[in-house]
Design a protein around this ligand. Structure first.
Ligand code: ZN
Length: 394
């Protein structure tokens, strides 16, 4: 079996259900760019694919960046003066700004307010906020809950730790006929958020599962890494290996029902760019093609001038363009099995083009070959496109 068979025989509905089930399993975990949430996530993925887990120590210099301290959180809440929890991390992990420093104090509402984040335009949704590289703490809540807060003295508790530790990432390699690689990369650093980013983790896992048993021309490298710092770290530690990457795709936002979006590599006309555009053009889906820009996901690092890899990104609704993006509304209802299944089928179609694409070199360079003596001159009956086939041979 090869990737062409895999692509044509895919039961997209069943695959969609499996991807949604994995997203549901990972949904409750509080992930960030480092810490126990990433480890727990990778451990669950190891039940599906035998990925290697790498730990890179805090302080490791990776190009212009430094691997940060490791963040972990056990609990967080805000209690009013009657002891009632008005915000509770245990009910939703988006309530705490990621990388919030440990904090425990009593504050008046006015002192608390600069640390509260809401979405006044979508008052029922909880925003997702991070402060990885600026020490700070904060809570996120729905604007309607914020409006309910009375002037009072609040007990604010963030039971977190920010200490030397590790940055954790997962890597899974499948050897092919050649050492040339196709990179499939997704980020693993968002807490309970589905389209961005559990859909990408689920699709990459399904791809790995399905590609493992089939014959492959290319080798495949799957990276499950924290956004930005993860790809910077991998590239810094594997600069020589990066040269093997011939094509790559960053898997993000593949579970919503929006139109497909292909974001080209920075080079813009590489084989993976042409393969993705070809597949979209010949499919029945609505799509948009966008040029590279240094805003988005890990393609920013893979395509940085020093590497300039042929890495694009195939998603549904583009980064930041859907209202649910980085809010509690990017949940398990927002991603649907049928949309995940369709996205997987498009990924397999692009990989099939890359695997099958060949530039043939004539073994008969001096004048055209005599088709007749080989019995193939105008001998292709019954084909509507016999003229094209003949032209291809000539
Ligand atoms: Zn994001």
């Amino acid at each position: 079996m090869n990737i062409s068979d895999l692509s044509s025989e895919l039961d997209a509905a069943q695959a969609g259900l499996e991807m949604h089930a994995l997203a549901s399993q990972l949904y409750p975990i509080c992930r960030s760019i480092t810490g126990a949430g990433v480890r727990e996530t990778l451990k669950i993925l190891q039940q599906y694919i035998p990925l290697d887990v790498h730990e890179v120590p805090t302080g490791t210099q990776v190009f212009d960046w430094t691997v940060p301290r490791e963040w972990n959180i056990r609990d967080a809440y805000i209690k009013n003066s009657r002891g009632k929890k008005v915000i509770d991390f245990k009910t939703c992990n988006l309530h705490v700004m990621s990388y919030s420093t440990p904090f425990h104090a009593k504050l008046r509402l006015e002192e608390l307010k600069p640390h509260l984040f809401t979405l006044p335009d979508d008052p029922a949704w909880i925003p997702y906020r991070t402060s990885y590289y600026n020490e700070n703490w904060g809570f996120c809540l729905s604007h309607s809950d914020w409006l309910e807060l009375k002037d009072d003295e609040y007990e604010v508790c963030i039971d977190s730790s920010l200490q030397d530790g590790h940055l954790t990432y997962g890597e899974y390699c499948l050897k092919g006929e050649t050492e040339e690689e196709i990179l499939i990369s997704c980020h693993v650093c968002h807490p309970s958020l589905c389209n961005d980013n559990l859909s990408g983790i689920s699709l990459a896992t399904q791809l790995a599962l399905r590609l493992a048993p089939v014959s492959r021309r290319y080798s495949y490298r799957f990276l499950f890494i924290p956004g930005t710092i993860g790809s910077v770290t991998w590239l810094a530690l594997n600069q020589a290996l990066a040269a093997r990457i011939k094509h790559g795709l960053v898997v993000v936002c593949v579970g919503d029902g929006g139109r497909f979006t292909y974001k080209k590599s920075r080079r813009g006309n590489t084989e993976v760019d042409r393969a993705a555009v070809h597949v979209l053009k010949h499919s029945d889906v609505e799509y948009a093609i966008t040029d590279f820009s240094p805003y988005g996901y890990d393609e920013r690092q893979y395509c940085s001038p020093g590497f300039n890899l042929a890495v694009g990104s195939l998603s549904r609704s583009a980064h930041g363009t859907f209202p649910q993006y980085h809010t509690s509304a990017d949940n398990l209802e927002f991603i649907r099995p049928q949309d995940l299944g369709k996205s997987l089928s498009m990924y397999l179609a692009v990989l099939n083009v890359l695997e099958s694409n060949r530039a043939y070199l004539s073994q008969n360079q001096y004048c055209e070959p005599q088709l007749g003596k080989r019995g193939i001159y105008k001998a292709i009956g019954g084909h509507g496109d016999s003229k094209r086939q003949e032209m291809a041979m000539l």
